[in-house]
Design a protein. Structure first.
Length: 236
């Protein structure tokens, strides 16, 4: 990993901010200044982790028999790359045993649908589930998803090998990145944080959090809470 540049201490950088807001108290400004120092440190830590992730050695070569079906027909893992050299795959909890898909996954993917065309300028993004492609396409139409690329895991091998199936045979969400370099497809990185790494009083989640929903709620006084989760539909 290359040497990091010398950074201005976060406390010193925070002093450069001249932002204030109407009618705030001195106590509020002192507390907000201390929080700003921590926010600067958090941003820097996120970047340090990203640098460490980018410096990983090559992962395992992909050799499994992975077969998918998209709306335009069958393809293999290489086909999911399209013309890109990096592929991001989200394993969607919408297997054939489910009457409806996971609301949490659906919330995440609804947000990603709005970013899919931007993401596609740099990397390929694929959503894989074990339901038949007709079922996936129908649900995407119901949700108004126009830009996400959904694929059925035909033989289930991909979901089994890359942790899209839990130990009881049910669906599990997974987030995996593959690379295609010099004619070889390799696993690059996967989310590995689960219930075993969850802190007390918190839901299991990875870092950084992939859901814009939680990013927004985390800056509110209500926070994300511990007893509310997104639903597929809400009363009107």
């Amino acid at each position: 990993m290359p040497d990091s540049p010398t950074l201005v201490p976060a406390a010193e950088m925070a002093k450069r901010s001249s932002m204030t807001f109407p009618n705030e108290s001195a106590d509020y400004r002192r507390a907000r200044h201390a929080l700003l120092v921590e926010e600067i440190e958090l941003r820097r830590h996120i970047e340090r982790v990203a640098e460490q992730r980018r410096a990983l050695p090559p992962g395992g070569e992909v050799t499994g028999d992975y077969r998918f079906e998209g709306k335009d027909g069958p393809l293999d893992l290489a086909g999911l790359f399209g013309d890109k050299q990096t592929l991001v795959v989200y394993s969607y909890m919408f297997g054939p045993q489910r009457e409806r898909p996971c609301p949490m996954c659906t919330s995440l993917l609804s947000a990603w649908n709005g970013e899919a065309r931007d993401i596609g300028q740099r990397v390929a993004l694929a959503v894989v589930a074990r339901s038949p492609i007709e079922r996936l396409v129908a649900f995407a139409s119901e949700r108004g998803w126009r830009d996400l690329k959904l694929y059925s895991d035909i033989n289930g091998n991909f979901s089994r090998d890359y942790h899209g199936i839990d130990k009881n045979g049910g669906d599990d969400a997974a987030f995996t990145v593959f690379t295609r370099r010099d004619g070889s497809i390799r696993h690059y990185w996967s989310g590995e944080m689960g219930s075993e790494s969850a802190d007390p009083g918190q839901d299991a989640r990875g870092a950084p959090d992939l859901m814009p929903l939680w990013t927004i709620l985390d800056v509110t006084p209500e926070g994300r809470g511990s007893d509310w989760y997104p639903k597929l539909d809400y009363p009107t």
